[in-house]
Ligand binder design. Structure first.
Ligand code: GLY
Ligand code: MN
Ligand code: MN
Length: 439
């Protein structure tokens, strides 16, 4: 099944952004640049998410310029020119003509001509919307164009007066997902679920962590998602306590848990799932006890996800359940409210319970507005990912707990009366996992 965001959606996003821009202003959005991996070989190209959100265009070194109200055209692209030799070696290019025909440009020019054209487009506009500081090389180019205009001031050229951060407007738009975006994200979730189920079933003592990683990558690629949204984390035993462990080169041992945090990227949209399960298919008593605490914390967090609840409510709910569980198991001592007030749990739980999810795995959008936690709205997509990590060298807890790291992570979209799981169908409980692995 192939899903695509229709080109009219990109046009709608550009119109929506332009409608929020001040009169007589211009927005400049740069595409990503290819990055060398070794000598003359590049990392797989990944488009800048802001640029992609407004264009759907996946080539490097392009620039989108939006000028609301400009009579000769509001949407202007600069892109690599057609070049038969380069295209023979490196792949097809849309070229300026393609930008007009396929990508909704009113006007398009070869990017090699940008120094001659862009200053003229900026001249006389009062405001420039731009994400300053994210791409230093492009920041320099922009300052150069500004100086070009300034150098002509005596001939009457008027340089822009104000630079305004584009992120604020654009990232608020990106935070609320459209129906088409949600369809892609649901599919990304389905593919990642299939990948995790495959890895769970393939797992055997004596395998290497990278072999489980390869099961994940294989399933995602087979289903059309060639890239992971982030490097897969496959941590056996105490490696599960390293939050962003990506070495993935240790042997998986019977009696240990393995934590897999992996999600595919589909049409640049991320999914993000974590499951933790026993390498030999059966949880020990201690592993099951801690697992059940994390699972209960995730349930408590889910229950707080709906419009009217703020972003922080699910974290607060999860932390309370985690701490009560740690108290019940004797890993923490004292009074629950005091533990919560004084953050006495952070040696076991040091991250937040989720983040926005979208074109970026840690997606854009403010978490607070005017100093207050943001209220959830339908269309927001977030992860719910409580965990517990008992450091292998924590001498304050009994030996039997040490080196156990557990996280359970799923993706949800806020709906008008609650939430919908984007990653359904995964074994979740101890029994479901053991049953799935036994087959
Ligand atoms: N995979 C990164 C995270 O869960 O935030
Ligand atoms: Mn994750
Ligand atoms: Mn996550």
């Amino acid at each position: 099944m192939s899903l695509t965001i229709p080109s009219k959606d990109y046009a709608k996003r550009r119109r929506e952004l332009m409608a929020q821009m001040a009169p007589n202003s211009i927005a400049v959005i740069a595409a990503a640049h290819e990055i060398i991996r070794n000598r003359d070989t590049h990392f797989a190209f990944r488009q800048d998410s802001d640029f992609y959100y407004l264009s759907g265009f996946a080539e490097p070194d392009a620039v989108l310029v939006l000028i609301p109200g400009r009579e000769q055209g509001e949407v202007i692209f600069f892109c690599r020119d057609r070049d038969p030799t380069r295209e023979l070696w490196d792949g097809r290019r849309a070229g300026p003509e393609g930008m007009v025909k396929q990508y909704g440009a009113d006007d398009a020019f070869p990017v090699d001509d940008i120094d001659d054209i862009l200053p003229g487009l900026m001249e006389g506009r009062e405001r420039v919307y731009y994400s300053l500081g994210r791409n230093p090389a492009f920041d320099n180019l922009l300052m150069g164009w500004l100086n070009t205009i300034r150098s002509k001031a005596r001939t009457g050229a008027q340089p822009p007066e104000e630079f305004v951060d584009l992120d604020h407007l654009l990232h608020d738009m990106r935070l609320i997902k459209s129906t088409a975006e949600l369809a892609v994200m649901k599919r990304a979730g389905e593919i990642s679920v299939a990948a995790h189920k495959r890895a769970m079933r393939a797992c055997k003592p004596g395998m290497m962590e990278y072999q489980l990683e390869s099961e994940i990558i294989h399933e995602c690629s087979q289903q059309g998602a060639r890239f992971q949204a982030y490097p897969a984390i496959v941590g056996g035993g105490e490696n599960g306590c390293i939050l962003h462990y990506i070495e993935n080169n240790a042997e998986l041992k019977s009696g240990d848990l393995v934590l897999i945090d992996a999600g595919c990227e589909l049409q640049n949209y991320a999914s993000d799932i974590t499951r933790t399960f026993p390498v030999n298919g059966v949880f020990s008593n201690e592993q099951a006890a801690l697992y059940n605490v994390v699972l209960a914390a995730q349930e408590a967090a889910f229950a707080e996800i709906s419009p009217e609840r703020d972003w922080n409510a699910s974290h607060v709910a999860a932390v309370r359940v985690l701490c009560q569980g740690l108290l019940d198991l004797g890993l923490l001592r004292g009074d629950l409210d005091e533990i919560l007030e004084q953050n006495k749990y952070t040696e076991f739980y040091m991250h937040r319970t989720g983040h926005w999810l979208g074109l970026d795995v840690h997606d854009v959008g403010d978490y607070k507005i005017g100093g207050e936690w943001r209220v959830l709205e339908p269309g927001m997509v977030l992860t719910v990912e409580p965990g517990l990590y008992i450091a292998p060298d924590n001498l304050n807890v009994e030996q039997k707990w040490r080196g156990i790291g557990i996280r359970i992570e799923d993706d949800v979209v806020v709906t008008k009366d609650g939430y919908e799981l984007l990653t359904p169908g995964m074994p979740r409980s101890v029994e479901e996992i053991e049953r799935w692995m036994a087959n």
